[in-house]
Design a protein around this ligand. Sequence first.
Ligand SMILES: NC(=O)c1ccc[n+]([C@@H]2O[C@H](COP(=O)([O-])OP(=O)(O)OC[C@H]3O[C@@H](n4cnc5c(N)ncnc54)[C@H](O)[C@@H]3O)[C@@H](O)[C@H]2O)c1
Length: 432
Amino acid sequence: MKLCMIGTGYVGLVSGVCFADLGNDVICVDKDNNKINNLKKGIIPIYEPGLEELVLKNYKNNRLNFSTNLKESIKKSDIVFVCVGTPTRRNSNSADLSQVYSVAKEISKSINKFKIIINKSTVPVTTGDEVEKIIAKKVSRKYFSVVSNPEFLREGEAIRDFIYPDRVVIGSNDVKSKKILKNLYSPLISKGAKFLSTNRRAAELIKYASNAFLATKITFINEIANLCEKTEIDVEDISIGIGLDKRIGSRFLRAGPAYGGSCFPKDTKAIVSTADKFKTNLSVIKSVIKSNQIRSDILQKRVNLILKNKVKNKKISFLGVTFKANTDDMRDSSSLKLIPYLSRRGAQIKYYDPTGFKKEFSKLKNVEFSQSIQDSIKGSDLIVIHTEWNDFKSINFRKFSKNKKLIIYDMRNIFSPDKIKKMGFKYFGIGR
Ligand SMILES: NC(=O)c1ccc[n+]([C@@H]2O[C@H](COP(=O)([O-])OP(=O)(O)OC[C@H]3O[C@@H](n4cnc5c(N)ncnc54)[C@H](O)[C@@H]3O)[C@@H](O)[C@H]2O)c1
């Protein structure tokens, strides 16, 4: 099939290249000239394991192409996937849909034969109805069908998640489009993905409800971790103990910093805002959002406590600053609150992240990027393990640090407290 992905970001690029690898002709379009020019030269705009090889392979065999020409790309395609951003609107909790609607207007000017228009972006309930109305102002409804096909991939595992999803959700009332899309996804369905067909609004809500539920699980275990810290219990035992119950399941029950990333913070806010619009109180999700916001303050207080309130001039090393491992995505990472806070309090901060320098910290006082773990750790009073990269899991702190009073704050509980204590260092984890 001939596919057009509008928006070549985490979702558009990954799903585009995977569809190409499954034998489709794919054009990935973006309004960002620089991004498209780089992709044509084989320079990948994001860090995602396995992505570069797959892009190079499919670009070389001409199944994958890149363009900034939206109109031409739409005209050449049978199926158009809208994969643009849906961030939180300024001064509000609702989703900013301006990118989706502006793309819908562009699409309406370029329909030259029947097309399936798919919202792959995460969009609130009824957005599909609006997109349909916008396009119908210019084109008869018999020439297009608007479908919701939410994406569930996780950054850092995106390719595997796309190829082996738990489920493919298609939200549409149009039988013909459903059949075409089931066929498009058949290579994934034959590998075990469940195919779920719903109406369009239900598919839109499935995505938000999934993200809100996962955010709730994380927030739940984070609050339990707070209790563990006061009762000399290791939260890891609790995670295992409750996760073994098949009704609960063990995933997303790892205590850590506040949840972040490009999805959970904005999507929890957006679902609450949608519900408010429909005069429905999602009180559970509201308290999850609040608890997650408070979590940053709790972690700041704990760092103060660990340093006995003497933060000024303390040398602090951050290992990992992205919101999770295997991605370069900094959106809503908890380090964006913690590092500026410690910088304001006069700490001298070095950070190392496997995905390199972060412009987000470039204007902060006494915050410096280190080229290696060793450089970052050297001379530190406190090491904060912020992100659970494999690179950090077997660091020999004794080899890298001569400081006998070194303190380790392991925000991901990747080390055994006993092992660190045996090395002679002070250890603090989360919920232990
Ligand atoms: N990142 C994830 O892990 C993830 C997972 C599932 C769903 N989603 C959802 O998918 C959507 C996209 O997320 P993302 O992380 O890929 O965003 P992103 O910011 O990485 O990429 C969006 C891209 O769209 C481009 N764009 C915007 N307007 C355009 C236009 N008019 N024409 C062409 N290109 C345009 C931007 O330049 C950008 O490159 C969001 O709704 C998000 O919630 C994201």
